[in-house]
Design a protein around this ligand. Structure first.
Ligand SMILES: NC(=O)c1ccc[n+]([C@@H]2O[C@H](COP(=O)([O-])OP(=O)(O)OC[C@H]3O[C@@H](n4cnc5c(N)ncnc54)[C@H](O)[C@@H]3O)[C@@H](O)[C@H]2O)c1
Length: 365
């Protein structure tokens, strides 16, 4: 039995083809035969997962799918290191070997790595097959599964090969979070609080007040935080699907975060951890410009500490190295670093008017 708590919609009517889709948030979707039979009808299924999530939830999902007309399962090795074109080949080889047609549905069961790769494989398969996201990390549930950015890494950098390809449905089963390690869970909370900072002051305050409930994975608090995060992501994507404007606000803290990840070597800190430290710097810069109340930056730091997220650049990284690494970020436009700062709580802005001296002052304050 599944229990639907919220259904949201990502509205993408603007183009000739309606690519809008629902986000279902609730309990028990993964193992619900009735849920999947309405979603699949008589299509073939290419299920993609990894060797950590597959053993946890794959059997339950397969049982719920029942006797689909054609079924292929691809289990990839878990982790960012395998988010590459070789894995895309593995998925496509399996789908082609089993003679799937364009009408088959790709199903991504896993975190952001599986979701990004399944979406990209679906985009490439016979020039575009449908796919469904079943995100199982908090980060994937509130961020990567919504919005249609798909792709893989290249030796030259992260996410350099990819496509915009929107899913047909995002299926968020809160029960999958029970097995998520604490560190991965906290990394997802960094993206959650980002939404409050850039777009929803009341949500930010709610997160600050409810941090202990969230940390304890209180179901009701989590459902609310995920619903609110997905609603904001869906709004932003509907406004700016291809990141020509407001979608860039979602990169709050990421310019610093990416630089930290690159300098440390990928995988030392999780992406969400690096973003958490980056958001503290971006908030302090916003305070420095007289825009943001210092109390908000203090609250963000307290939130991070409470859930076990960093509040500063790791000591082994010098400010000079950080500034240098930011200059080579792929999001640099026309040679200028673009910063996402806050005009006030809940209101982000893109600016190039930040000097290296500003950053140095804030980091060393
Ligand atoms: N497409 C987008 O818009 C977008 C946005 C943000 C991030 N991303 C991408 O998302 C990826 C990061 O995603 P992630 O943080 O989910 O990492 P991930 O997919 O690597 O998952 C983290 C680890 O947790 C395991 N795991 C997943 N669900 C689990 C569960 N329920 N229980 C136990 N273990 C579980 C995974 O097997 C993996 O080992 C990056 O590649 C990033 O580039 C994409």
């Amino acid at each position: 039995m599944s229990d639907v708590l919220h259904t949201l919609h990502v509205d993408l009517h603007a183009s000739s083809q309606d690519r809008s889709y629902p986000i279902s948030i609730g309990h028990g979707f993964v193992g619900s035969a009735s849920f999947w039979s309405s979603l699949i009808s008589d299509r073939g299924v290419v299920l993609v997962t990894d060797d950590c999530v597959g053993p946890l939830y794959g059997a339950s999902l397969k049982a719920a799918l029942g006797d689909v007309s054609q079924f292929t399962e691809v289990v990839l090795p878990a982790g960012e290191a395998h988010k590459d074109l070789a894995s895309i080949h593995t998925i496509l080889d399996a789908a082609l070997a089993d003679k799937h047609e364009r009408g088959s549905l790709f199903v991504a069961l896993g975190g952001g790595v599986v979701g990004d790769m399944t979406g990209f494989a679906a985009a490439c398969f016979l020039r575009g097959a449908d796919f469904v996201q079943v995100p199982t990390t908090l980060l994937a549930q509130v961020d990567s599964s919504v919005g249609g950015k798909t792709g893989v890494n290249h030796a030259m950098g992260k996410n350099l090969i990819g496509a915009f390809h929107q899913p047909r449905h995002v299926v968020i089963d809160l029960e999958t979070l029970a097995s998520l390690p604490d560190r991965e869970f906290a990394a997802g909370l960094a993206e959650v609080i980002k939404y409050g900072l850039i777009r929803d002051a009341a949500f930010f305050s709610w997160l600050i007040e409810n941090v202990q409930r969230l940390k304890a994975r209180d179901t009701e608090a989590l459902a609310f935080a995920i619903e609110r995060s997905c609603r904001i992501k869906a709004e932003v994507v509907a406004e700016d699907e291809r990141e020509g404007g407001v979608r860039a606000h979602l990169n709050f803290g990421h310019t610093f975060g990416h630089a930290i990840e690159r300098l440390q070597g990928y995988g030392v800190w999780l992406h969400g951890e690096a973003v958490a430290a980056g958001m503290v710097i971006a908030s302090r810069l916003s305070v420095d410009r007289g825009a943001l109340s210092p109390a908000v930056a203090d609250q963000l730091e307290s939130f991070n500490r409470a859930v076990g997220l960093p509040v500063a650049v790791p000591p082994e990284i010098s400010t000079a190295d950080l500034l240098n690494a930011m200059g080579s970020d792929k999001k640099v436009a026309a040679g200028k670093v673009r910063y996402i700062l806050l005009r006030e709580l809940g209101d982000a802005v893109v600016t190039e008017e930040v000097t290296e001296a500003d950053i140095t002052r804030v980091i060393n304050a």
